[in-house]
Design a binder for this molecule. Structure first.
Ligand SMILES: [Zn+2]
Ligand SMILES: [Zn+2]
Length: 279
């Protein structure tokens, strides 16, 4: 995910740095990586990526989030590969349900249902202040200066004995974007709660209906199950991820999911989705 010059990566499977090169993203931006769990297909790209970053002139920090154990994994890589001398790597271990607040956004987590501790993530932008309308302020007879500032801060002011309410001149706060990533999981209530109202939900959903039992057994989800969750969580768009290797034809998967939730897609490598904040 690219946001205002920063990169956010959900998991780091094998081949990640190669795809980053293909996508022309570069390795020098500030970057945060959110690791869901410590299974190979989600973390084996880290050694390569970190090694490449340390061979370049990188000074921007790298933030790494993950479940308990991610610190030990990183420490073992550091010991054996000796990377990271030229840029700071900040590791934050999160328990399911824990989150962090950062400048302009928050990262929230919940428990995904898998056979090891697995985090589902929500990236939640802060609300932005509503639009301020100077023409209206002028029309209401408020002299430019400190009183404007008060109104902009959301405080009511009194002019010639008349109260001017901030809500008369400022629109409601505008919600930021919410992006949710829940992989290697069964569809569960905690994930549904986390996904509520998301602009984009990336949900495990690589199994077709005929392999429903397998999805259950391996603690993954069918496309249809992911679609049901997306629908009940009121998300805007669903991307099915962790497509099973045996699902050669994803049109069936897509059809099954779309019969429940229309706005579903199966992302292709290097596909770009632009998410727009509501006005
Ligand atoms: Zn797994
Ligand atoms: Zn996996």
């Amino acid at each position: 995910m690219r946001r205002e010059g920063d990169l956010f990566l959900f998991d780091c499977g094998e081949g990640t740095q190669r795809q980053m090169m293909q996508a022309g993203l570069g390795f020098s931006r500030p970057m945060s990586i959110m690791i869901s769990h410590l299974h190979g297909d989600h973390v084996l790209g880290l050694p390569g990526l970190l090694q490449t970053m340390s061979s370049l002139v990188r000074d921007k920090p790298l933030d790494l989030y993950g479940p308990e154990g991610i610190e030990a994994y990183l420490a073992s890589l550091r010991r054996t590969l000796g990377f990271g001398a030229n840029f700071p790597v900040r590791v934050t271990e999160l328990k399911p349900g824990q989150g962090v607040k950062r400048d302009g956004y928050a990262i929230e987590t919940t428990n995904a249902l898998h056979d090891v501790t697995c985090l589902a993530y929500a990236f939640v932008e802060e609300e932005r202040p509503g639009r301020f309308h100077p023409q209206i302020v002028k029309r209401l007879g408020v002299p430019e200066g400190p009183l404007w500032k008060q109104l902009q801060m959301g405080n009511d002011v009194v002019v010639d004995g008349k109260t001017i309410h901030a809500r008369q001149v400022i629109e409601k706060p505008r919600p930021g974007l919410k992006i949710v990533y829940a992989i290697d999981t069964r569809p569960t209530d905690p994930v549904k709660v986390l996904a509520k109202g998301a602009d984009l939900l990336m949900h495990d959903g690589g199994f077709t209906d005929d392999r429903k039992d397998k999805a259950k057994e391996y603690l993954h989800s069918t496309g249809r199950e992911a679609a049901k969750l997306a629908k009940s969580a009121g998300v805007r768009r669903l991307a099915l991820v962790h497509i099973s290797a045996v699902t050669r034809d994803d049109s069936i998967l897509l059809k099954q999911a779309r019969s429940v939730f229309r706005n579903t897609l199966v992302p292709r490598d290097l596909m770009v989705l632009s998410l727009k904040r509501s006005k």
